[in-house]
Design a protein around this ligand. Structure first.
Ligand SMILES: [Ca+2]
Ligand SMILES: [Ca+2]
Length: 223
């Protein structure tokens, strides 16, 4: 009985810690409602915050078949002539330096994707990390995840990319897009992006085990 109570207390404490350390860090405009769209190269080369940098895309309202997932606007990504159609946002994450420099911070970036045609279009979610003085062309890490879409206009589908952030990370670029060839000339849609920076699960587990041991010691001492 006592063990169950200890375990339960430790679990609740762990959940509380997980909640307080879950640095939700929504991107400045996660839903394409407010920020302007500028050129991809301009945003990256001039390191501009507060603006979407886009190659072949526009911001649109609901279409006759695809309704926005969140708010009244979404990204409509058109197929370009190269490999990807990419839209990026630059984010200053220096406020999370303490967590990041502990070596146990994970960034999770996710967005919703849709495509109103045949199944098989490939969505893209990307994350780039940079140190304080790094700029475009000198990233410290980059990861992409692609996911095949169902071709049904009525369903929005997740794509998520997760990265353990290198110590010293101060900037992140989040990226959404599609594989151009997979769009067959039709637009792909993106909405409701979200970035969070959280402690690595293994660190939370270790913290929880430590708490459980501490509570057990206290319970034993009280006997
Ligand atoms: Ca929206
Ligand atoms: Ca769909």
């Amino acid at each position: 009985m006592k063990t169950n109570l200890i375990t339960r207390t430790a679990t609740l404490t762990l959940l509380a810690i997980g909640g307080s350390l879950a640095f939700g860090f929504p991107i400045a405009d996660d839903s394409f409602e407010n920020l302007p769209l500028d050129g991809y190269a301009n945003v990256l080369n001039n390191w501009i915050q507060g603006t979407w940098g886009s190659e072949y895309s526009s911001i649109t309202g609901s279409t006759s078949s695809v309704l926005t997932a969140h708010g009244t606007k979404m990204l409509s990504a058109n197929a370009g002539t190269d490999v990807w159609t990419q839209t990026v946002q630059l984010l200053d994450v220096s406020a999370l330096a303490g967590l990041i420099d502990s070596g146990g911070a994970v960034a999770n970036f996710r967005a919703l994707y849709n495509y109103d045609a045949t199944a098989g279009a490939q969505s893209l979610a990307g994350l780039w990390s940079f140190g304080q003085n790094d700029r475009w062309g000198s990233h410290t890490n980059v990861l992409f995840n692609t996911a095949a879409l169902d071709g049904l206009a009525g369903t929005w589908e997740h794509n998520v990319v997760s990265m353990t952030l290198p110590v010293g990370t101060r900037w992140l670029i989040t990226e959404v897009g599609f594989v151009n060839a997979s769009l067959n000339g039709q637009p792909g849609y993106v909405d409701a992006g979200n970035l969070e920076v959280v402690p690595e699960p293994s660190i939370l587990v270790a913290t929880g085990l430590g708490l459980a041991a501490l509570l057990r010691r206290r319970a034993t001492a009280r006997k």
